[in-house]
Design a protein around this ligand. Structure first.
Ligand code: HEM
Length: 235
């Protein structure tokens, strides 16, 4: 297994490749800008609600939210940032996927059939109800989550393109259910990132400093492995 060939240098064990860290840390601010600028666009015209006909039971963002924040006048800056950073998001994402495929690292990332069963054991372990199942670089829950987030990135790119050029690439917009559906899918993918972000940050805090340090430096202290690297995980 590739993980077993990982470099060990004077008590240090290589945990994350430079390329993985590079793409991760580029993606973090870029995705943040995409979420915030996307929400600026949404707040300029927010149609999503639960209701029947003219009757609205719940508006996703009620009027008091806009009265309090005055955030509904940011369409121009939202669109400018969104369409600039979309290039960075797409290039960084495509390079990451190409790197993962060609380096063979996808084997440690993409979940296999037993991951779905083991993911439940990881949840039980997190609740203090059992041992952590054996794992490679990533545990079963991480493999499912990280693969899902990459697929979501691809879906954001496709739905984004579908609403960006609904005439020029009409086949894509039609394939995604038409303009309104593509916009709806694009929006809920964003809500998915926000959910992921909250859990991810909570898990990073829970896993502790050595875990975060290895994502920055690439290395973990070999002697700390049992306490940090292999035993702990980040969602
Ligand atoms: C993870 C990355 C992305 C996130 C989080 C994101 C988020 C959002 C959100 C929340 C909206 C508002 C949706 C609404 O009003 O219903 C939006 C609008 C939009 N996004 Fe994205 N987006 C992303 C990537 C992209 C990409 C790659 C493109 C490609 C060009 C794109 C193109 C658009 C367009 C064209 C709009 C609508 C602008 C308009 O209404 O005039 N997005 N995005």
């Amino acid at each position: 297994m590739q993980g077993q060939q990982r470099q060990q240098t004077a008590g240090l064990e290589e945990k994350h490749k430079l390329a993985t860290r590079w793409y991760h840390w580029i993606n973090f601010p870029v995705l943040t800008v995409m979420i915030v600028s996307g929400m600026f666009i949404y707040w300029a015209f927010d149609p999503y609600r639960i209701g029947v006909g003219d009757f609205t039971l719940i508006h996703l963002f009620p009027n008091w939210f806009y009265d309090l924040t005055h955030i509904d006048r940011k369409l121009a800056i939202g669109m400018a940032l969104h369409f600039l950073f979309a290039w960075l998001f797409a290039i960084n994402g495509l390079l990451y996927v190409a790197y993962t495929l060609f380096s063979g690292e996808w084997r440690e990332l993409v979940p296999d059939a037993k991951c779905f069963r083991q993911a439940l054991d990881v949840v039980k372990h997190d609740l203090g109800l059992g041992p952590l199942p054996p794992q490679g670089r990533y545990n079963a829950a991480q493999r499912i989550t990280y693969t899902a987030i990459v697929l979501m990135g691809g879906a954001s790119l496709l739905t984004g393109l579908a609403i960006y050029k609904p005439v020029q690439i009409a086949w894509l917009t039609t394939l995604l259910g038409g303009y309104e559906w593509a916009r709806w899918e694009h929006f809920w993918l964003t809500m998915g990132y926000i959910g992921f972000f909250v859990i991810h940050i909570a898990q990073v805090i829970r896993a502790g400093w050595p875990n975060l340090r290895s994502m920055i430096s690439g290395y973990d202290l070999a002697k700390e492995k049992e306490n940090t690297g292999a035993g702990r995980h980040v969602a």
